[in-house]
Write a protein that binds this ligand. Structure first.
Ligand SMILES: [Cu+2]
Length: 493
């Protein structure tokens, strides 16, 4: 980063200025959490083994449906060596268990809530009717249950399920409520990509901790509108893990499940990775790249080839948007040779693109803070409106193709208000047309459900709104911004 101030430092500077002026107590709380972590419980990178989340088994199956039961409950888990971290987990695990689904085969999940507050479950990237989409006010109270039905109409892709409760998403997810949901299909099955033990999920989340090992987060704290990056990077719930690999190709399904933090991922060897999929599944063709950005909720699937690396050598997955330990993510240690009959085919899963001429409307969504007289001095809003479930921001005729233009505008409140917004639209997958009039990044040229809109940027996407009608939300997936009202309802009619 040279002598430049990093984005993270700018954010922290903004945080201390804002809290110092208005609420010194909160600033002190943040400082003590950081200080205590650094002094007592900071784990050393690459000393714990990567864990792979377990795959959940259905409780029953019939001709066309797999049925699952999940209980959302409190549990404690050793994340930092020697300390127990209280978590809220799907079946008491953090991250939650992985669900493997087949395209066009129904999954029904009965979710029971044994947590101290309301929850709502959203299958992110899934194409499901509104009553199973986890609308923010469609809540399961403590002691309640709800059945979510997923038709799995989507082609093979790496999705995830996570909490989406009104004004509590940040807290519920931070405490542990997210897990992977993989849809498989015949097209993906037939490709000679790495499979089985060589097809590995990497769920990246950052967290901060109190000295007793508990997560440092309070949703009652108005300062969380300025949510900070965590002080430890976890992969599959393990801080800076090491993963022992064979000298061959692996498929990694990388999900950024962090609440706030964007990563720029690359290998310490500077060798290329081959991207094969985006949020919405396989690319038409693989692309080779040295690094790529992953904003909250984005997924990228890459093939990394460890062949040719000496046994005993290692290569790190790094984050170029930060430095020190936060510039590290995990370590791959090459410990054995292996045969490898996998290949990366030149053609993956070509799909018919949507083109601008197909669009019947263009809508603009302005992501901008709105000032207010109390602290914090603004709320995040879309088109000048804070989220109100009774308000419909857009009515889209079912089956129509539309261009949605996302504009990130700021109001001169400095770095605290000038923040990037990863924009997520429920129900649909979209293609990114352009960013500030230029083509999207190479790693964004596939089907997506979340796109990063940087400070001052204008991003245009195109999507077909089908096959369900009803109310869905679109919002910023920085969970602090989402909870502080940067969300809007659209209705497919
Ligand atoms: Cu945002």
């Amino acid at each position: 980063m040279g002598g430049q101030i990093t984005r993270r430092e700018a954010l922290r500077l903004g945080l201390s200025v804002a809290t110092g002026l208005a609420l010194p107590g909160i600033g002190a709380g943040v400082a003590s959490a950081f200080g205590a972590f650094a002094a007592t419980v900071k784990p050393r990178p690459f000393e714990q083994d990567l864990r792979i989340p377990s795959i959940l088994s259905p409780t029953t199956t019939d001709a066309d449906t797999d049925y699952y039961n999940i209980v959302q409950m409190m549990q404690s888990q050793e994340i930092l060596p020697g300390l127990q971290t209280p978590i809220w987990g799907y079946n008491g695990t953090f991250p939650g268990p992985t669900i493997r689904a087949r395209r066009n085969r129904r999954v029904v999940i009965r979710q029971s809530n044994a947590l101290p507050g309301p929850v709502s479950v959203h299958l992110h990237g899934g194409v499901q009717p509104p009553e199973s989409d986890g609308y923010p006010t469609d809540l399961i109270p403590f002691g309640g249950t709800k059945e979510y039905t997923y038709p799995n109409l989507h082609r093979a892709a790496t999705l995830f399920y996570h909490d989406h409760a009104m004004e509590r998403t940040g807290l519920n997810v931070y405490m542990g409520l997210s897990g992977l949901y993989v849809i498989e299909d015949e097209v993906d099955d037939a490709l000679p990509l790495p499979k089985g033990d060589f097809d590995v999920p990497l769920i990246i989340q950052d967290r901060s901790f109190n000295p007793d090992g508990s997560f440092a987060f309070s949703n009652n704290d108005p300062a969380n509108v300025f949510a900070e990056n965590g002080v430890a990077i976890l992969v599959n719930g393990v801080p800076w893990p090491r993963f022992q690999v064979a000298a061959r190709k692996y498929r990694f399904r990388i999900l950024n499940a962090s609440s706030t933090t964007t990563y720029r991922l690359g290998l310490s060897s500077r060798k290329s990775m081959v991207q094969i999929a985006t949020d919405g599944g396989l690319l038409d063709r693989p692309i080779s790249m040295q690094s790529f950005d992953l904003a909250p909720a984005e997924r990228a699937e890459v093939v990394i080839d460890f062949a040719g690396l000496a046994l005993g050598s290692s290569v790190d997955l790094e984050n170029a948007l930060d430095s020190g330990d936060l510039g590290r993510v995990m370590r791959f240690q090459v410990v054995r040779g292996a045969s490898d009959d996998s290949q990366i085919p030149a053609v993956l899963d070509p799909t018919e693109p949507l083109t601008e001429s197909m669009a019947t409307a263009t809508r603009t969504f302005v992501f901008k803070p709105v000032p207010r007289p109390s602290f914090p001095p603004f709320r995040f809003a879309i088109n000048g409106q804070i989220f109100d479930p009774s308000r419909i921001e857009a009515r889209v005729p079912e089956g129509e193709v539309e261009i949605w233009q996302f504009e990130n505008r700021t109001i001169g409140l400095g770095p605290v208000a000038a923040q990037e917004h990863p924009v997520h639209v429920h129900l649909v997958n979209f293609l990114v047309l352009d960013r500030d009039g230029r083509p999207p990044q190479a790693y964004e040229r596939g089907w997506k459900d979340t796109v990063l809109v940087g400070v001052g940027q204008v991003v245009r996407v195109i999507a077909r709104f089908a096959p369900f009608s009803g109310k869905y939300v679109m919002h910023c997936h920085n969970l602090a911004h989402e909870d502080h009202s940067m969300m809007a309802t659209f209705e497919v009619v």
